[in-house]
Design a binder for this molecule. Sequence first.
Ligand SMILES: NC(=O)c1ccc[n+]([C@@H]2O[C@H](COP(=O)([O-])OP(=O)(O)OC[C@H]3O[C@@H](n4cnc5c(N)ncnc54)[C@H](OP(=O)(O)O)[C@@H]3O)[C@@H](O)[C@H]2O)c1
Length: 278
Amino acid sequence: MITVMGATGRTGSRICQTLLEAGVAVCALGRNAERLASLAAAGARIAVGESHDAAFLTEDYREQQAAQGEAILTAIRDSGVRRVVFLSSVGAEVPSGTGPIISMHDHEQRLRQLPPEMDVLMLRSGALFENLYGALEIVRAYDCYSDAVAPDVPVPMVATRDVADAASRALLEHDWQGVVIREVLGQRDISYAQATRLLGAAIGRPDLPYVPVSPQELEGALRDAGCSASVAACYAELGEAISSGRVRAQEARSPANTTATPFEDFAQDWAKAYRALP
Ligand SMILES: NC(=O)c1ccc[n+]([C@@H]2O[C@H](COP(=O)([O-])OP(=O)(O)OC[C@H]3O[C@@H](n4cnc5c(N)ncnc54)[C@H](OP(=O)(O)O)[C@@H]3O)[C@@H](O)[C@H]2O)c1
């Protein structure tokens, strides 16, 4: 039996489907029975529950993540799980100044406390293409895309399905021992300016501009949009961390960390979603 946390998510749902198709018994963990229903219909055992309550009692992002991380570690220990694939991120080796990636750094450290006979794979992916669905409304409202990442910094960007497939393959083949780190870097590095041009081209706007803002401006915009102070500060810090190279791949590109799906494929899906905006 393989247990998938975040089974209703973009990556988790594809991992569940792949494992079920391979004939493996899957326990899909989620917070909402309705969102888990399609996995139950596909043959997964489902388990519904909230993560540790402390997570909902604190405003601080890192504290919130720590409470969840501790609960997950306890569950792994108590359940007799023997191997873990953790969806981590490029930059998780850096202990501070990386925004939301800090929680993945912290969780990697927690997983290292598991008994030495356990096999733990830290799958460090680049930025998921699908994050850019968040650009749909911005492009429509402002006729540009905007973020706090410098325009020409090459960023490893990867399709969710390629990360899910790397995780599924590892779970099915169990081709590592002990604590191992693997990067999943996508088909090629793409800058935010290039990504914006490619998305623009897919909607007939090849000149769509990318407008970089300062981390402070992003933080203010996120606060105005209703994010908590700690989440807004976190994402502003991420922009600076990518621009400065603090968050970057550690491995040289190789067939092992390079995946198939080009950004252009995602741009077509993104354009469909753009055209379907109400
Ligand atoms: N986005 C990136 O660029 C990026 C890069 C590197 C690594 N990653 C990591 O990759 C992982 C998967 O990303 P994704 O885009 O596939 O995620 P996603 O689509 O946003 O899905 C998140 C999943 O986590 C569950 N979840 C969220 N908060 C939870 C909580 N407090 N307790 C229990 N379950 C909770 C959600 O369940 P519900 O259906 O109940 O909401 C959902 O199943 C994440 O851990 C992310 O940090 C992401």
